[in-house]
Design a protein around this ligand. Structure first.
Ligand code: SAM
Length: 335
């Protein structure tokens, strides 16, 4: 019997199925979160360095041929890319891609959500580190909490669920809001995920001073109500989930430092300038833009994607206050 190798599951050298492609559609952002980016921004990519919509679609088609099944658009702030709904529509139509999701800071979500949903976007993750406007301006260095909250409501209203709220916890900055964030899950169908602050070259001092472990976060949430482990929403994520009795949503923790989940890693990242990055915290990458612009076929690209699996590392080597790669900020590669 003939085996269709193009439909075979993709796995790396450690037998992990790799099915999830995070696509950064821009390195630019309309916020300047203190743990993520310097106030003056970073040296941005020039237009000609960035992949065009057609190039992104070609790479995702090749990824689907190689065995990828889910795509998440990220950045930078993905909603800054012009006509993102058109790109979503093209990706959602690619045979083999079952799920197209988005990670956003939410500022532009309310105005774009319906078009994105109509284009085939299935769900959204919204990043939000505080529920207080004064603090939002201090953490994100720009105002906009009300817009983010309206974006979350719009996502819930439009059924772009499960809606996940990602909150980076920092001691002395927003850790006194852990309980208020957890309370949101009692009567709303949201998944609040607390993320451990991760070291990158731009935030080493802040990271070592302000890091809060997921065990401490869960202990504090447990003090306001008993938590039960729950399976969490379907998806591709590394979070562990817990819920209050009769809570509509759940609390999750993402703990790359204290409980790494490399053994379950199922993802790679495509940067806005067309590099396939094999680990968030390692510099292993291959360039897809040059072969694409030199005329590589879809099959050539799929072969490159398959061969890249050989250099996906077994685990990251993150440690408190130490960057483990040349990356300055997540926005460079799509966090
Ligand atoms: N702009 C989009 C957003 O806000 O979701 C997508 C890109 S942003 C880089 C993706 C996520 O990475 C956000 O939830 C952000 O809080 C998180 N992030 C950025 N730098 C981080 C760090 N050093 N440690 C932990 N999370 C970080």
């Amino acid at each position: 019997m003939l085996v269709d190798l193009t439909r075979a599951p993709l796995s790396d050298s450690f037998s992990r199925p790799i099915t999830y492609l995070r696509v950064s559609v821009t390195d630019k952002c309309n916020l300047r979160c203190v743990y993520c980016m310097p106030e003056g921004g970073l040296p941005w990519l020039q237009r000609g360095e960035m992949l065009t919509d057609d190039e992104i679609v070609d790479i995702v088609k090749a990824a689907a041929t190689a065995g990828f099944r889910a795509v998440r658009l990220t950045g930078g702030e993905p909603l800054l890319r012009p006509n993102l709904d058109r790109l979503v529509a093209q990706i959602a139509r690619i045979p083999g891609i079952d799920d197209v999701a988005l990670s956003t800071n939410g500022l532009l979500l309310e105005e774009q959500l319906l078009a994105l949903r109509a284009a085939g976007l299935s769900r959204v993750n919204v990043s939000l580190d505080t529920l207080r406007e004064d603090r939002f301006a201090a953490i994100a260095r720009r105002p906009g909490l009300d817009r983010v909250l309206r974006g979350i409501d719009a996502a819930l209203g439009a059924g772009a669920t499960p809606v996940k709220i990602n909150c980076v916890v920092m001691r002395g900055v927003n850790d006194d809001e852990i309980e208020a964030f957890a309370e949101l899950t009692r009567d709303r169908n949201v998944f609040v995920r607390f993320i451990e602050l991760m070291p990158v070259r731009e935030n080493l001092d802040l990271q070592s001073e302000s890091y809060v472990s997921s065990d401490e976060i869960l202990k504090r949430v447990g003090e306001i109500g008993a938590l039960q482990p729950v399976p969490g929403p379907p998806g591709n994520g590394p979070a562990r989930y817990f819920a209050f009795a009769s809570g509509r949503g759940a609390v999750g923790v993402i703990s790359p430092l204290s409980h790494d989940y490399c053994d379950r890693c199922n993802r790679v990242r495509l940067t806005a300038d067309g590099r396939l990055r094999l680990c968030l915290f390692g510099d292993q990458a291959i360039d897809l833009r040059s072969p694409l612009r030199a005329g590589a076929s879809g099959e050539d690209l799929a072969a490159l994607l398959r061969s890249a699996m050989l250099i996906k590392p077994e685990r990251h080597h993150l440690r408190l206050g130490e960057a483990s790669s040349r990356m300055r900020a997540f926005s460079e590669i799509g966090g």
